[in-house]
Design a protein around this ligand. Structure first.
Ligand code: HSE
Length: 399
């Protein structure tokens, strides 16, 4: 029997408890032993919980109990979760997490500590909720040079975009539902302003390049400036609008960004809706591979955590270098203003004024003045937008 602890009994932590309890039969059968929750760490009281005796408020009780070899961290954030993760690793316990902020900010240090202690630090649930993406990237696709990653990696914003533009809900209503459904972060600014996706694309890029990187160097914007007019234009182009985290990797030239994008209907990301996420990875040998599934929520995220817990038991808690990035080199991002993109623009100018500045463009039928540019650098695009005297909307287009 492996005895484990859960740190944080919120949406995800309670999901881990539920799966370990409800699916005990299949878990035991697959790993050859019982996985038993011995402690749950939370500062709140859970007096009506059927196993209320499991709850503790002091992390040292877990750290000092040598019977506990495995800990699921579902606290979120990079303050207490950071301190307690270090405490558990230093105490020789393997840790499994869904905490993308912690992995993207402190992964390098936590991997080193786990390696020194000879224990695991696993984070499949940190990107894409229940979708397998970390393991495919570091194992199945490991033989490839990853050339690009494009992902819808935030369930909350994809849910909001779907509810607002397909079902005419208000932003506030859709966000409130996403919070009730347990999709959103404690502070949903991280979702709607693109920070959450920035952390996730940072983790995938670091694993793909096998280099550490600074996630805060990734330019990011959220969905709050997307309007019904933009979505209507996209629809008349046979496209949809999604919040995308992407990384284009060409040897040492790495560009990453988080931004809303117009996705044409021949791209498999086009029809990903609601809380679903999808991550499209292109490798030089395999070509395109897309992983799709529920990107947020209690059961989906907990499913990925419990999968990692089982893997740790199977591998007897040993550190696996695959699930880390090298520190020998650090990714230096390509200058974002020199990156080339295609842009959708909505403005209140005449077609002649637009063509005089942008040259050849493709005008969106039916719209007053909306067009798609040819590929150009971000810098050249911004200069043209300035010369045009500003625009109503500008959204990058997936090409
Ligand atoms: N808030 C995140 C999302 C949770 O909506 O995708 C899963 O990481």
């Amino acid at each position: 029997m492996t005895k484990m602890a859960i740190m944080g009994y919120g949406v995800v932590g309670s999901g881990v408890y539920d799966i370990v309890t409800k699916n005990a039969d299949t878990i035991t059968k697959k790993i050859g032993e019982e996985l038993k929750v011995k402690y749950i760490l939370d500062i709140r009281d859970f007096d009506s919980h059927p196993e209320k005796h499991l709850f503790v408020k002091d992390a040292d009780i877990i750290a000092n109990d040598s019977e506990v070899t495995l800990v699921a961290e579902a606290m979120g954030g990079a303050t207490f979760a950071y301190e307690y993760t270090k405490k558990m690793l230093k105490a020789g316990k393997s840790v499994v997490t869904s905490n993308k902020e912690l992995v993207s900010k402190k992964g390098t240090e936590l991997f080193k500590l786990a390696e020194e202690m000879g224990v695991s630090y696993m984070f499949e649930a940190s990107v894409g909720g229940g979708i397998p993406i970390i393991r495919p990237l570091v194992n199945c696709l490991a033989a490839n040079h990853v050339q690009s990653i494009y992902g819808i990696m935030n369930g909350t914003t994809n849910y909001i975009l779907t509810k607002m533009f397909k079902e005419n809900q208000s932003f506030e209503e859709a966000l409130s539902d996403a919070q009730k459904l347990g999709y959103a972060e404690k502070d949903p600014t991280a979702d709607v302003e693109g920070f959450d996706t920035m952390r996730k694309i940072s983790i995938l890029t670091a694993l793909s390049c096998n280099e550490e990187l600074d996630d805060d160097k990734i330019p990011h914007e959220g969905i709050t400036r997307i309007t019904a007019e933009d979505v209507a234009c996209a629809e008349s182009m046979g496209a949809s609008v999604k919040l995308i985290g992407y990384s284009k990797i060409d040897g040492k030239k790495v560009s990453a960004r988080v931004c809303p994008m117009i996705i044409p209907n021949d791209c498999p990301l086009y029809s990903v809706e609601d809380v679903f996420n999808a991550i499209l990875v292109t490798g030089d040998m395999v070509g395109d591979v897309m992983m799709y599934g529920r990107g947020a929520g209690k059961d989906a995220t907990a499913s990925a955590i419990v999968g990692d817990l089982m893997d740790v038991v199977r591998h007897k808690g040993k550190f696996d270098k695959n699930f880390s990035w090298s520190t020998a080199e650090k990714t230096v991002f390509f200058n974002p203003s020199e990156e080339e993109n295609v842009f959708f623009v909505r403005c209140d100018k005449t077609k002649a004024e637009v063509e005089a500045l942008f040259g050849t463009v493709w005008f969106v039928e039916g719209a007053q003045c909306a067009f798609v540019t040819e590929k150009m650098t971000e810098k050249a695009f911004e200069e043209k937008v300035d010369s045009l005297g500003g625009v109503l909307s500008k959204i990058r287009v997936y090409k």
